[in-house]
Every structure is written in structure tokens, then in C-alpha cells.
Design a binder for this molecule. Structure first.
Ligand code: AMP
Length: 582
């Protein structure tokens, strides 16, 4: 497919905010996409070039893009920066510059979707000497052949500033509308922006596609399977240890009684450990992989965990779900998440890190065992398998401590015991519950004392003043609302200039590579960094897009194990607000 065809669709998507219309535009595009381009198109509409769990980055800053534009159009850096500060978006800047450089069209070659994504993927593979020049070259090659509209979207794709609003749910529904339109009796009324479908059948196919996505985390793969192998192929889509699957998430219960109400009686209570969630898998060939809940591969960062599962779990293949908890190697006392969080990102001195900050693996679930998918097995059966195949060794690898009961008093005692031991609280689990990747369904619930803090994501930041001008010192934080990030205010306390704890320098280094737009002291960043924010009170506020603001917010800690999906939702904020009014 020509890249131009794709970007014209991007333009249409940009112009509408209606979900059904977006889905329809997407499905029209997919209908005319051939097998070869399908994978690419589905990544590109989502503003990415790899599956969600693949963390390779193109790694081009705004500054480098300005250099590219300079070399392609001949406009000076100053001119480009001026247009940028007027337009606020480098994609638009590329559009304007390419448009006024008409003579270049002489060298134009047709850009295909394949060519564009291939060049972008090459960016992500570059390392070492000469990288910067090669990057400039790869992007320049595309821009020389691009018309203004193509240039705009190439830049937006690189910088991650595509704003065409294709959330995961839209991709899923778009796939159903494209490939199962006859089965569901699909009809879209463009004028009224309404669809006609046979509801039951529609829900069946939506579930099917969602399920395939939950175990593959890759809509490109799901769509390609349907296109080439049909519905049979889709239902055969298998879990494969080695590629990560979305972990199951649990809603919050107010207390033990509330947990019984949602989960049922009796249920299993487990300690809720305060560590890093690790999904550990072993393939038949013995390969071990470890993923965080953001599906980041951290196998290299946890060599001792690889060793433990090899030694203490007897199975040819598996995928297990666990929490790695840090402990002090001298006193053997358990430590909170914060103390081991640095291990997730660490790329060097791994061995000394695992000695300094050792972890105990607490296994609480298994979803694949000796070539068998256990997603639809009952929790009590899954636990039995775990008990059969693990050799428990304290401070290395153990099963989550569990109590099965229907008695409020016994459960409350267990809860107190967990808290006294320094755990975060309890998890309550339905004994018959299946494992539902990605969803917060009622098969389990977490119970923990209400802390006045939320996990939120940084969307904007501000450079400091005076002697702090080299740092980003104030951060705008947001919560999630159906994939949209809504602001809750700014936080600037809780960080240090130097010494123990999070420093401004550290935060600046984390945010700088994520800068998407810069105007004076204000910057907009790619939403990647999750922080826990403490506060004294939640207030209603017309100033911020969430409608709420936090009073006396402070940064409690970084949450490198969490992503946009894991942060608090507007619903959570509302609940906490209503609760504090009581
Ligand atoms: P929260 O992070 O507050 O949403 O709580 C859910 C997290 O608790 C999970 O993602 C796990 O990382 C962690 N966790 C600790 N212990 C358990 C357990 N026994 N069962 C399930 N999750 C647990």
C-alpha cells in the first residue's frame, strides 16, 4: 500500500472524535489492506512499529528531528525553531517546510507503507558509533520522498505524537467489523453514526478477538491470523511461553466483608506482597524469560530468579505469576518495593545488584504447564499444580501464603498478621475463578489499608528557575479514563537536590528523552513515567481536565514497574473523593 493512502486515513481519523466513526474508517482501511501490509498498518495506526511489549525505541529527540529537517529542506535551525514554537508540533513544522520546498519533488519516489516502517525499524536497531548520523540519514531518506502530509505523519510516528485516537478497543472492534461483518449482520449508518448488529453474535466475536489479544498482546498477529487462517486459526491461537501475556488485575475491596461479597464464600486469602510482579516462563527447550507487568523483558536483570526456577520448579514448560520481594541480605528482613525497584532498569553490575538487593520469589499463580493452557482451569486446581511442582525454599522461592476460609474473623486475623509482617494487605481469590488476562474481574480482589496516595503518570513538566534551571522541577500528573489521560495538577515536592531518595537530577534524566514538545520552560512528555503521589486532600477543580486536584501533593516514589494501564483511574479518584466527604 502507498504510504499516502495510509496518511490520508490518518487525516480523517484526526478530524473526528466519534468512536464509531473512527472504528468504521479503520475497518474500511483494513478491508483493502493485503496480507503483507496488515501487520504494518495495525502497528502504525496505534502509533507504534513493534508489538506493545517490544520496548525497542527509535530514540530520536526533537533536536535531532530539527537537524533532519535542516538537512532536507535547507532551512536554518533558528527558522525551524521559530515555526516550531508558533505551531507547537514538529509534525506540522515538517508539513509547512516540505510544502514550501516544492522543487524537491523532482527526486520524489513513491513511499510505500513497507518502506516507511522498515526505515523506522532500522532506527530502533542502531547502536554504537555513528548512530546519530545513520539516524539522520534514514529519516532524511524518507522525508526527501515525502509530500507534506506524509512528512507530517512520519515525524509524528517517530516522536510518538500521533493523535488519531485509535485506542485498543477501537482496533479490536475494527477487526471484528472488517472480518466478521457478515456473521454479525453489520451495518453502519454514517449519517446517524449508528451501527446495526446482532448483539449476541457481535459480543461473541468481540470476546474471541479480545481473548486472542490477551494472550498474544499483538493485534497485528491477531488480524493476520484471522485473515490467513480464519476463525479456526484464531481459536487455536495458543499461549506460548516466551512471549508475555497480559497479567490479571484485581479490583479493590473495601474490607474483608466487601471481598466476600464480590468473591463469594469461602475464598482463598493470600498475603499481598509488596514487590515486583514477575511473569516467569519456561519453554520446552529450557529457555527462561521474565517479564514485568508492563511486559518488559527483565530476564537479564534477575539471574538468580532464573536459577531458582530452574532448580525448584519441576516442569518442562510453564508460565507462572509471582511477586519478587526484596530482603535485607544481612538481617533477612523483608523490604518494601522501593528498595529493589532499581533492579528493573539496571543494565550493568547485575551480579552485585542481586547480592546487594536479593529477592524472594513468591509464586501465586500458574497459567501454563507442560504444554497445557491453564487459563480456563479453576484457581484451586492451578494452586494444586503449583504445590505439586515447586520445592519451596525460604528466601529463594516459595508459594504465596494462603488461607482458605469463609469466616470473617479468621480472615481478619490473617489480614492483621499480614500487615504486622509488613505486607501490603491481602488478596482474596475465587477458588473456582479462571485466569482472565488483563481484566479486573471479580475472580479476585485486593484489600489494603487506604493510603492517601495514587499511582499517576507524568504528562508535562517545567524547567526550574535560578540555580535549579538545569532540572525539570515541577511535574503535571494525570490519571487514566478509558485510555485518555486526565490531569490532576502539578507536583514539585518530595524530591531532593542531592543525597538519598529521588533527586531532581534523576527525574530530569528520566524525562528528558521523552520530551515531545517544548515551549519556553514548559514541556510535554511522552507518558511513560509513573510515580506514586501522596496528598492531603482531593478537591474539585475546574482547572484540570479530570475535574479534580490534589492538595499538597508530593512525590512518594518512582514506579518503574508500572505503565499507563496500571495507574489510578478517574473512577478511583472519584471514589476516594466521595469517601473523604463522609
Ligand atoms: P495493586 O498493585 O495494588 O493493584 O495490587 C495488585 C498487585 O499485587 C499485583 O499486580 C501483584 O504484583 C501484587 N501481589 C502481591 N501479592 C499477590 C498475590 N498473592 N496474588 C496476586 N497479586 C499479588
Amino acid at each position: 500500500m502507498d504510504y499516502l493512502t495510509l496518511v490520508e486515513v490518518f487525516e480523517k481519523l484526526e478530524k473526528t472524535s466519534k468512536r464509531l466513526e473512527k472504528t468504521f474508517i479503520l475497518s474500511k482501511l483494513l478491508k483493502k489492506t493485503n496480507k503483507e501490509d496488515l501487520e504494518y498498518i495495525i502497528y502504525l495506526v496505534q502509533g507504534r512499529i513493534f508489538p506493545q511489549w517490544d520496548r525497542r525505541e527509535m530514540g530520536l529527540s526533537s533536536k535531532l528531528i530539527i537537524k533532519v529537517l535542516n538537512s532536507v529542506t535547507g532551512d536554518s535551525n533558528d527558522d525551524i525553531e521559530n515555526i516550531w514554537s508558533r505551531e507547537g508540533d514538529l509534525g506540522k513544522v515538517a508539513f509547512i517546510l516540505i510544502q514550501k520546498n516544492k522543487q524537491r519533488t523532482l527526486h520524489r519516489q513513491e513511499l510505500t507503507v513497507k518502506k516507511v516502517i522498515e526505515n523506522l525499524r532500522k532506527l530502533a536497531g542502531l547502536e554504537g558509533k555513528g548512530t546519530v548520523n545513520k539516524k539522520i540519514q534514514l529519516v532524511s531518506e524518507l522525508l526527501t520522498s515525502a509530500n507534506p502530509l506524509e512528512a507530517k505523519f512520519i515525524i509524528k510516528n517517530i516522536l510518538g505524537t500521533l493523535r488519531i485516537g485509535i485506542a485498543e478497543g477501537i482496533v479490536r472492534d475494527g477487526i471484528v467489523w472488517t472480518y466478521f461483518d457478515k456473521e454479525i449482520g453489520f451495518n453502519y449508518n454514517e449519517k446517524e453514526n449508528k451501527i446495526d448488529v446482532e448483539r449476541e453474535k457481535y459480543n461473541f466475536y468481540v470476546d474471541l478477538v479480545q481473548r486472542a489479544y490477551d494472550i498474544t498482546n499483538d493485534y497485528s498477529r491477531v488480524a493476520l491470523t484471522i485473515k490467513t487462517k480464519g476463525i479456526e486459526g484464531l481459536s487455536k491461537e495458543k499461549l506460548s511461553p516466551g512471549s508475555p501475556i497480559n497479567v490479571m488485575l484485581y479490583p479493590k475491596a473495601e474490607d474483608i466483608e466487601d471481598a466476600f461479597n464480590t468473591i463469594g464464600k469461602p475464598c482463598a486469602f493470600e498475603y499481598k506482597y509488596d514487590g515486583i510482579r514477575l511473569q516467569i516462563s519456561k519453554e520446552n527447550n529450557g529457555n527462561i524469560n521474565i517479564f514485568t507487568r508492563r511486559l518488559e523483558n527483565v530476564t537479564k536483570q534477575f539471574p538468580e530468579v532464573v536459577d531458582f526456577v530452574k532448580r525448584y520448579i519441576k516442569a518442562k514448560s510453564f508460565i507462572i505469576d509471582s511477586e519478587a520481594v526484596g530482603y535485607n541480605p544481612k538481617t533477612k528482613k523483608y523490604l518494601p518495593f522501593q528498595s529493589i525497584s532499581q533492579r528493573i532498569k539496571r543494565r550493568y553490575d547485575i551480579d552485585s545488584m542481586s547480592k546487594k538487593f536479593p529477592v524472594e520469589v513468591n509464586i501465586f499463580d500458574i497459567i501454563y504447564y507442560n504444554d497445557k493452557n491453564l487459563l480456563n482451569e479453576q484457581f484451586k486446581e492451578r494452586r494444586k499444580i503449583l504445590e505439586k511442582i515447586t520445592k519451596q525454599i525460604k528466601l529463594r522461592l516459595v508459594l504465596a501464603k494462603q488461607l482458605v476460609t469463609g469466616d470473617v474473623k479468621k480472615a481478619e486475623k490473617f489480614y492483621k498478621e499480614a500487615l504486622t509482617k509488613g505486607e501490603e494487605g491481602l488478596m482474596a481469590k475465587n477458588l473456582e475463578g479462571i485466569y482472565k488476562p488483563g481484566s479486573r474481574v471479580g475472580y479476585g480482589a485486593k484489600i489494603k489499608p487506604t493510603a492517601d496516595s495514587f499511582d499517576l503518570i507524568i504528562v508535562k513538566a517545567e524547567w526550574g528557575e535560578g540555580k535549579r534551571s538545569k532540572w525539570l522541577t515541577s511535574y503535571t500528573i494525570a490519571c487514566n479514563h478509558d485510555g485518555e489521560l486526565l490531569e490532576l495538577g502539578k507536583v514539585s515536592t518530595g524530591l531532593k537536590e542531592k543525597g538519598e531518595g529521588i533527586t531532581f537530577d534523576q527525574m530530569t534524566k528520566l524525562l528528558q528523552p521523552l520530551i515531545k514538545e517544548e515551549k519556553g520552560r514548559n514541556i510535554i512528555v511522552k507518558p511513560e513515567i509513573v510515580i506514586e503521589v501522596g496528598y492531603s486532600e482531593i478537591q474539585k477543580s475546574p482547572t484540570y481536565s479530570s475535574g479534580y486536584a490534589l492538595r499538597f501533593p508530593r512525590v512518594v516514589m518512582l514506579r518503574p514497574d508500572r505503565s499507563k494501564k496500571d495507574i489510578y483511574t478517574l473512577e478511583d479518584i472519584k471514589k476516594a473523593y466521595n469517601k473523604q466527604k463522609k
